[in-house]
Structure formats: C-alpha cells, structure tokens
Design a protein around this ligand. Structure first.
Ligand code: HEM
Length: 181
C-alpha cells in the first residue's frame, strides 16, 4: 500500500484524536516500517490494519467506522491533490464510474507499484449505482468512505450499502449507492 495512504491516515488520526493518539497507536503496533512513512514509499497493507485496529482498541470506534471516516477524509485530500478528476466528471455517478477506467489508471502511471482494487458497474439508473468492489484487501469500508467523500464534493446526498456476493466470478462486495430524495 502506498505511503500516501499511511501519511494521510496518520494526519486524519492527529486531526480527529490528537497528536498523542498517533504516537500511541504507532507505539502499540510492531510495525516493520516503525511508522515512519514517506508518501512515495510502499508498505505492507497489514500495517494499515494494525494501525486501525490499535485505534479501535483505544476507543476510537469500530474498525469499519474508522475506515469509512478515513475514506471520507481521504477523498477530500484527493480533491485537493487531483482536482482534474472531479472537474472532468459532471456528476457523482460519472465520477465513480471513472475510477476503474480512468482515475486508477492514472494513479498507476504515477505509482507503478500501487495495489488497486477493481470496480465494475453492475447497474446504473437515475437514482442508483451499483459497483462491484473486488480486491484481495478487505477495504470495502474504505471504498464506502471514499464514495461518501466524493458525494460531499458533488453536493449529492447518497446512502451506501455493502452486499457480500459470491458467484461464478468469485467473492466480492457490491456497493449499492442510492441517491437520497
Ligand atoms: C481522485 C480520486 C482518487 C484517487 C487519486 C485515488 C487514488 C488511490 C491511491 C493512491 C490508492 C492507494 C494504492 C496503494 O496503496 O497501493 C488507492 C486505493 C484505493 N482506492 Fe482509490 N483513488 C481515488 C478515488 C477512489 C474512489 C472514489 C474509490 C471508491 C469508489 C476508491 C477506492 C479505493 C480503494 C478501496 C483503495 C484501497 C485498495 C484496495 O481496496 O485494494 N478510490 N486509490
């Protein structure tokens, strides 16, 4: 997992829970990196799970809630770092559908060793978008937060539901995004 995700996560923890919490959770985990991340470095994604679990154990909230809140925060940072991806898409659903074939393709050019999930559209109509999230990393809650963060950027109010699916293509999570009236 790219260092930028870790540096943003520790910034998020510092802003939400204070600088001491950052030191505490890094101290709680036996991290191969020692918790010294650079944005262009690459680290084992299990370090993220260790850090989020440590934050949960210190009373932060349950792991999926923390991942979702972090995803929401991260999307705000992506908007600042990569405004063109938002400007190129007129609506939230267009933006979300561009993650697979455009945004993450550009991300891979920037970070050739990025470990990216896949999102294929299962269904789209005026009010709903269903994306199949496939990854060997269990980060559907992060995806949910990124979607909610993008919805904030577009000023579109949505709900997101996760549906675990197993079919002949494998096991994945369907993210059902519903526009609120
Ligand atoms: C401007 C928009 C975006 C940018 C620049 C971006 C960039 C990135 C980067 C740099 C990573 C880390 C790759 C690694 O650790 O090796 C990542 C991972 C990820 N991205 Fe995006 N992303 C964007 C939008 C989104 C959106 C809207 C979603 C959700 C629909 C999403 C879902 C994810 C997930 C879930 C991961 C974690 C890896 C995994 O699940 O396997 N991204 N993205």
């Amino acid at each position: 997992m790219k260092g930028v995700v870790f540096t943003e996560f520790l910034d998020f923890v510092g802003m939400k829970f204070g600088a001491d919490m950052v030191d505490d959770i890094v101290g709680d985990c036996d991290l191969p990196s020692g918790g010294a991340y650079t944005s262009v470095g690459t680290y084992d994604h299990t370090e993220m799970h260790a850090l989020v679990s440590a934050l949960a154990a210190r009373g932060g909230a349950a792991v999926p809630i923390l991942l979702r809140e972090f995803g929401r925060h991260l999307c705000g940072r992506f908007q600042k770092g990569f405004p063109q991806f938002f400007e190129q898409n007129a609506t939230l659903f267009d933006f979300l559908e561009s993650v697979q074939d455009h945004i993450h393709v550009e991300v891979r050019k920037l970070y050739p060793d990025a470990e990216l999930p896949s999102f294929d559209t299962h269904h789209r109509d005026e009010a709903a978008l269903e994306l199949n999230y496939r990854s060997c990393r269990p980060l559907a809650a992060l995806a949910e937060g990124l979607i909610l963060g993008a919805a904030d950027q577009y000023g579109t109010s949505v709900s997101v539901e996760q549906k675990p699916i197993t079919d002949d293509t494998g096991t994945f999570v369907r993210l059902a995004i519903q526009r609120c009236a």
